[in-house]
Design a binder for this molecule. Structure first.
Ligand code: PLP
Length: 442
């Protein structure tokens, strides 16, 4: 164990020599250095020199109530004193039971059981397997195909990549992935002149119908990111698409999987994005914010009829999937503390006020001559920047750091997805400094 006090430079060198960082071409860190983080508090991350960064992306969309949240910290300390972990096959414990009961109360009615995984991608894998296995148990073993939206993102494991439509993440593994079909995304940025977001949604739903009509006998499920396709560059769409998708899936006997890994837990303005369309999916996937951004945990909530199709004397009809840390008590405790904060602080209402404030002060950004498609859903904002720089995302990230902001554009799309604890003064800083960065790079 090294006994010296870490420094930015020291930790950076050790990290590059020992850690293979995710979603990275490691060589690029020669020109765009890693950012060593010593500690976090609220919306702020601090390096070892005391320099701070406003975490405008909630550390990959996970953090809800700030870094080092005292209430989540206390809940975790208490849990540590009683039970850190026990396997969930053949055993159970209080945090996992309480969390499952509370999620059932909060989610659309009829999603009676929670199956647990660790990261978002494991929830996707679980839902895909469960859906196909349901059809097999129901005498329809030919229903093994899945559909997803164009530009969808559902995770990086092989099954999840098969329903992920991002060439950069998929192409190197093409030979390993089972090809699945995509249908057009209802992203309103694709609207023709005179077309509304609702028109786009309805015309995409018609194309979904055409696909289902032809292929439904082989299709197990349609997986969708409700309201906002995050990795597509915060593509937003009208909730009527989800209503039509629900009707079509019902009509053609296809499951609807709502991947709320990024958009659940209040991110779109309601606790679950599906609520805004008034629909109940067959599978509801949660992760990221479920633990307030503290610990890896994912949940697949399933409709009761699906659960019943696995309930039998034969072992092989059961869902024999598992991960060692399934339903980890510490992670469940962090999730319970997160739900407590939602209830005690009337978070969804408070967020509406914050979102209205940010929209007001962001007028100069919205009206900037080089900014297009300024959009907002709940606590997510995004816009495209007309820029001559092919490497806009890296430049913006670097300029952001110089301005105490952690921004991670997707291509030429800048987005804000801040922790819900952000205050007015921090929003002012975020908007004003982003405006300067846009000015410098446009
Ligand atoms: C919609 C969606 N699904 C799935 C995932 C995968 O989650 P994880 O990175 O935890 O595996 C992500 C991650 O960004 C996501 O945004």
């Amino acid at each position: 164990m090294p006994n010296h006090t870490p420094t930015n430079a020291g930790l950076l060198a050790r990290s590059l020599s020992a850690v293979w960082h995710p979603c990275s071409q490691m060589k690029h860190y020669e020109s765009f250095p890693l950012v060593p983080i010593a500690r976090g508090a609220g919306v702020w991350l601090y390096d070892f020199d005391g320099k701070r960064y406003l975490d405008a992306v909630s550390s990959w969309w996970v953090n809800l109530f700030g870094h080092g949240n005292p209430r989540i910290n206390a809940a975790l300390r208490n849990q540590l004193e009683t039970l850190e972990h026990v396997m969930l096959a053949g055993f159970t414990h209080e945090p996992v039971v309480e969390l499952s009961e509370r999620l059932r109360e909060l989610a659309p009615a009829g999603l009676g059981h929670c199956f647990y995984g660790s990261d978002g991608a494991s929830a996707t894998e679980i839902a895909l397997k469960m859906s196909a296995h349901y059809w097999r148990n129901s005498g329809k073993p030919g229903k093994t195909q899945f559909i997803s939206l164009a530009n969808s993102y559902h995770g990086e494991t092989l099954g999840a990549l098969s329903v992920t439509d991002v060439a950069l993440f998929r192409d190197a593994y093409g030979a390993l992935i089972r090809q699945q079909a995509t249908v057009p995304s209802p992203d309103w940025r694709t609207a023709a002149a005179g077309e509304s977001a609702e028109d786009v949604a309805l015309s995409c739903a018609a194309q979904l119908e055409a696909h289902l009509q032809r292929h439904h006998e082989n299709i197990a499920a349609f997986i969708v990111e409700p309201l906002v396709q995050g990795a597509a560059g915060m593509a937003m769409y009208h909730p009527i698409y989800l209503q039509r998708a629900r009707q079509l899936c019902d009509g053609y006997g296809v499951h609807l999987i709502a991947d709320e890994i990024a958009v659940g837990m209040g991110r779109t303005g309601t606790l679950f994005a599906c609520e805004q369309a008034g629909i109940r999916p067959d599978f509801l996937l949660l992760s990221k914010g479920i633990t307030g951004g503290y610990l890896p945990l994912s949940v697949v909530m399933t409709r009761d009829e699906i659960y019943q199709a696995f309930y039998a004397d034969e072992t092989a009809r059961g869902f024999l999937h598992s991960h060692s840390y399934t339903g980890n008590p510490l992670a469940c405790r962090a999730a319970l503390a997160t739900l407590d904060i939602f209830a005690q602080d009337d978070v969804l209402n408070a967020n509406r006020t914050k979102a209205a404030y940010l929209n007001r002060i962001a007028e100069p950004l919205r009206n900037h001559s080089k900014v297009r498609n300024f959009r907002n859903t709940g606590m997510i904002w995004a816009f495209e920047v007309d820029t001559p720089h092919a490497d806009f995302a890296q430049r913006c990230f670097a300029l952001g750091l110089q301005n105490e902001l952690l921004l991670r554009p997707i291509g030429s799309t800048i987005y804000f997805m801040p922790p819900y604890v952000i205050i007015e003064e921090e929003m002012q800083m975020l908007v004003a400094r982003t405006l300067n960065i846009v000015g410098a790079l446009a």
